[in-house]
Design a protein around this ligand. Structure first.
Ligand SMILES: Nc1ncnc2c1ncn2[C@@H]1O[C@H](COP(=O)(O)OP(=O)(O)O)[C@@H](O)[C@H]1O
Ligand SMILES: C[C@@](O)(CCOP(=O)(O)O)CC(=O)O
Ligand SMILES: [Mg+2]
Length: 386
C-alpha cells in the first residue's frame, strides 16, 4: 500500500447552520442541520526536525508556534496505549497537563487529537485556514476537529476500512463511510474538550455534509431529498460568546426547572419533526407558498423559545429579528446563540433590490450578512504532490 509518509495531505471540512433544535438536541431532542459552503482547510506537511509546527492564522495573537515532539512525550499522562481505531474521551489528567502546557482551549483539543493519533511519532507542519467566522454559531469548532482528525488519519494511513480504494485515493474526495464514522467519532471527542457536553450534531454535519436530522440517541440521518430550495441569509452579530457557557446554562436551567423547560424542549422537538413533514410535503407537491408559511412560523417559534425560555438570546439578535421583520422576513439564531450568527428566511422571489435594502438596513446597524449556500459535501481529503 502506498504510504503517505512523505506526502502533504490537504483536508477541508464545512461549517453548518442549525435550522431547528439547537440546545434542545443536547437535551436528547431532534435537530436539523445543513452544511455550509464556508469551509476550514488544513494542510499536513511532514518535516524532518522532530517538531510540530502549528499555524493558526484565525486565532488572534497565536500565529505560528513550534514544539519538539519530545516536549509532549515526556508529559506524565501522554497517551501511549490508545487504539486509533477506537475513539475515546481525553483523559482528564492529560487534559490538565495540556492546560498547563498552553492555556488556549482550542489548542488542548488539537494537541489531544495530535498526540493520541500520532503518538508524536510523525513530525509535521500543520496549517489551518478558515472561511468561517470563529465562535459565531456556524460550527467552526467542529470543522476544526473534523479537519484535524481526517488529516491525521490519512497522513498516518489509519483506515477503519483497512485501506479501501476510496480512502487511499490521492485525488480530492470523501473517505468511505467506515472512515467517515471514525473521523466523526474522534471529532466528537475533540468537541467534548471544546464544549463539555456537545450533542454531536456539529461534527456529524461537518463530517457527512448535506442536510441531516440528529438525535443524541440515534445519531444522524441524512435527509434523503435534501433541503428544499430555501433562500437563507446569514447575519453575523459579531458578538462573541462561549458555546460551552451557553450550553451549560441551558442544561442547568433544564435541571433546575424541569416542569417548565421540558415542555419547551418537547415543543422544539415537535418543530424539528414538523419541519421534516413540511419538507416531505414540498417534495411531493412543490407547494412553495405552504413551505414558506410553515417555515416562517417555525422560525419565529423556535427563536422565541430559544430566547425567552432557554435564555440564549441577545439584544443584537433581537435587533436583527426586528429589522428583518419590518421588511417581512423571519429570523432565528443558529448555533449556541448569545450573539454569533442568525439565519433569515428570504422569499423565493425576493429581488436583488429587496435583498440589498435588507442588507443595507443591517449594515446601518453594524451587521454584515450574506446569502448562504447549504448542502455542501462533508469532509474532503486529498494528497498534494510534494
Ligand atoms: N480555524 C480555527 N483555528 C483555530 N481554532 C479554531 C478554528 N476554528 C475554531 N477554532 C476553535 O473553536 C473555538 C470556537 O468554537 P465554538 O465556541 O463552538 O464556536 P463555533 O460556533 O464557531 O463552533 C475557537 O475559540 C477555537 O478554539
Ligand atoms: C448549542 C448546540 O446545539 C450547537 C452549538 O453550535 P456552535 O458551536 O455554536 O456552532 C450545542 C451542541 O449541539 O453541541
Ligand atoms: Mg462549536
Amino acid at each position: 500500500m502506498i504510504s503517505n509518509d512523505n506526502n502533504t495531505i490537504q483536508v477541508s471540512a464545512p461549517g453548518k447552520i442549525i435550522l431547528f433544535g439547537e440546545h434542545a438536541v443536547v437535551l436528547e431532542k431532534t435537530a436539523i442541520a445543513a452544511s455550509l459552503s464556508l469551509r476550514t482547510t488544513v494542510t499536513f506537511t511532514p518535516n524532518d526536525k522532530n517538531r510540530l509546527l502549528l499555524d493558526l492564522p484565525d486565532i488572534p495573537d497565536f500565529g505560528i508556534k513550534e514544539w519538539s515532539l519530545d516536549d509532549f512525550k515526556k508529559l506524565g499522562h501522554f497517551p501511549t496505549d490508545i487504539d486509533p481505531l477506537k475513539p475515546i474521551e481525553c483523559n482528564q489528567d492529560f487534559a490538565k497537563e495540556l492546560t498547563n502546557f498552553i492555556d488556549i482551549k482550542g489548542i488542548h483539543t488539537f494537541l489531544f487529537l495530535f498526540c493520541t493519533l500520532t503518538k508524536c511519532n510523525k513530525a509535521m507542519d500543520i496549517r489551518f485556514s478558515s472561511a468561517l467566522p470563529i465562535g459565531a454559531g456556524l460550527g467552526s469548532s467542529a470543522s476544526f476537529c473534523v479537519g484535524i482528525c481526517a488529516g491525521l488519519l490519512k497522513a498516518l494511513d489509519i483506515y477503519a476500512c483497512g485501506g479501501c480504494e476510496q480512502c487511499k485515493s490521492t485525488s480530492e474526495g470523501q473517505p468511505c463511510n467506515q472512515q467517515l464514522n471514525l473521523i466523526n467519532q474522534w471529532s466528537l471527542q475533540g468537541e467534548k474538550i471544546m464544549h463539555g457536553t456537545p450533542s454531536g450534531i456539529d461534527n456529524a454535519v461537518s463530517t457527512f455534509g448535506k442536510a441531516l436530522t440528529f438525535t443524541r440517541k440515534n445519531g444522524y440521518s441524512v435527509i434523503e431529498n435534501g433541503i428544499p430550495p430555501l433562500r437563507i441569509l446569514i447575519t453575523n452579530t459579531k458578538v462573541s460568546r462561549s458555546t460551552k457557557t451557553l450550553v451549560e446554562g441551558v442544561i442547568n436551567r433544564s435541571k433546575q426547572f424541569p416542569t417548565l423547560i421540558d415542555p419547551v424542549s418537547n415543543l422544539i422537538d415537535t418543530i424539528s419533526k414538523q419541519c421534516i413533514t413540511v419538507f416531505d410535503q414540498y417534495h411531493q407537491d412543490k407547494d412553495y407558498d405552504r413551505l414558506q408559511t410553515a417555515m416562517d412560523l417555525m422560525f419565529d417559534m423556535n427563536q422565541h423559545l430559544l430566547s425567552g425560555c432557554y435564555g440564549v438570546g441577545h439584544s443584537s439578535i433581537d435587533t436583527i429579528v426586528s429589522i428583518t421583520k419590518s421588511l417581512g422576513f423571519h429570523t432565528k439564531l443558529t448555533g449556541a446563540g448569545g450573539g454569533g450568527c442568525v439565519i433569515t428566511l428570504l422569499k423565493r422571489d425576493t429581488t436583488d433590490d429587496q435583498l440589498n435594502q435588507l442588507k443595507n438596513k443591517l449594515v446601518e446597524s453594524g451587521f454584515e450578512s450574506w446569502e448562504a449556500t447549504v448542502g455542501d459535501p462533508g469532509v474532503l481529503v486529498s494528497v498534494i504532490p510534494n
